[in-house]
Ligand binder design. Structure first.
Ligand SMILES: *Cc1c(COP(=O)(O)O)cnc(C)c1O
Length: 372
């Protein structure tokens, strides 16, 4: 066994099953929704939202994706080693001392301020360097302020030597279609574009795609929807499920009424019952904040998490479940078709993004449907 191979399932506490064909299907499905001439890029930052960039990015490239976004330069360099031919853009921008790395690995910096525009222009000697210009239209996080856009519009020579691959912005409230900021950002983006040299435009991430054709422009940048989370909260999930997680039962015990369970004696049994201890805890991304609302599935029945989730373990109340289904070594379903990443997130008081990126490296990983 190579050193980097995952431990066999018998040695791990959880089994994380990642369906690469479902990720490719989600990418195609989003592309099929787009108004012409828009095309879909893929966001694979944070190790493809925790699911493994080394497996996910080649599967997307095989499905036809030619433009990838990452957050950090490190991620961009790692992706370049995986995929020599695709276009790779780095959201976090061109930080001092990094233009050599960007040039050498043919990475496209997302230029977030005028100083970065100048630094990248200085790095362009004989050939024009590709760049994406990020305009802030209401997020106040990264990107050029309106006054910077006006300066560039008045002095387009500031962009000389750059090959503008796109002008982009990012929506703050795309998951709330009725939020008035969506239309305000759309209008601000259109007017910023009009002030700048002509270039392809990109505004929508996963949820923005579902705001309609006005938001599609030339390039959309989905991340979380590729990985099966619902980009339309409150509506049925239009994406295919990607992740399944099972946790292994280590021990089962009968407890008397009034027994307390786990750290802080935070749960007290109201009647005698049975508890199964499962080998998945907060160090596996099973967030401690889901202690009061979390649950697992056993042969289609939901059982509640009781007591606090600890680093390596959680406890389930399996009173009334057929003992033949809860023997040590049996698995419970933590993420599956009936209870997806959005349900797990709701129980933990967070969003699917945080659940996915927290899943961690300790589970035995199974990748299905990968690139041939
Ligand atoms: C993370 C990110 C995306 C992808 O967002 P999702 O909501 O996961 O689709 C797109 N654009 C920018 C600027 C981002 O930071």
């Amino acid at each position: 066994m190579a050193r980097s191979d995952p431990p066999p399932p018998a040695r791990a506490g959880g089994v994380l099953d990642i369906d690469l064909a479902a990720i490719a299907e989600n990418w195609r499905r989003l592309g099929a929704r787009l108004a012409s001439p828009a095309r879909a890029a893929a966001v694979v930052k944070a190790d493809a939202y925790g699911l493994g960039m080394a497996q996910v990015a080649p599967a997307l490239a095989e499905a036809g994706c030619t433009l990838f976004f990452v957050a950090t330069l490190d991620e961009g360099l790692a992706l370049r080693r995986l995929l020599p031919a695709v276009e790779i853009a780095v959201f976090n921008g061109l930080l001092p001392g990094t233009s050599g790395d960007f040039r050498q690995a043919r990475l496209v910096p997302v230029l977030n301020e005028l100083g970065q525009v100048a630094a990248w222009r200085d790095a362009a000697d004989t050939r024009a360097l590709p760049a994406i210009l990020h305009i802030d239209t209401g997020m106040a996080r990264l990107g050029l302020a309106p006054a910077d856009v006006a300066r560039l519009g008045a002095a387009p020579q500031m962009l000389a030597g750059l090959n503008l691959r796109a002008v982009m912005s990012h929506l703050a409230c795309a998951d709330e279609p009725a939020h008035p900021l969506n239309a305000r950002q759309l209008a601000a983006f259109r007017s910023a574009r009009a002030a700048l040299p002509r270039a392809p435009a990109s505004l929508a991430a996963s949820s923005g795609i579902f705001l309609g054709a006005d938001y599609h422009f030339d390039i959309v940048r989905p991340g979380v929807a590729l990985y099966g989370a619902n980009p339309t909260p409150g509506q049925p999930n239009p994406m295919t499920q990607v992740v399944r997680l099972k946790g292994k039962i280590l021990q089962v015990r009968d407890v008397d009424s009034a027994a307390t369970v786990g750290y802080g004696a935070a749960h007290r049994m109201e009647r005698a019952g049975r508890i199964a201890t499962v080998a998945v805890g907060y160090a596996d991304g099973w967030l401690r904040s889901s202690s009061p609302h979390g649950s697992a599935g056993i042969a289609g029945q939901r059982v509640p998490v009781i007591g606090r989730i600890s680093m390596d373990l959680m406890t389930l109340d399996v009173t009334g479940i057929d003992p033949a289904l809860t023997r040590p070594g049996d698995y419970v379903d933590l993420i599956d078709e009936q209870h997806g990443v959005d349900d797990v997130a709701a129980a933990a008081g967070t969003i699917a993004y945080e659940i996915l990126t927290a899943l961690g490296r300790r589970h035995h990983r199974i990748y299905r449907g990968g690139a041939r």
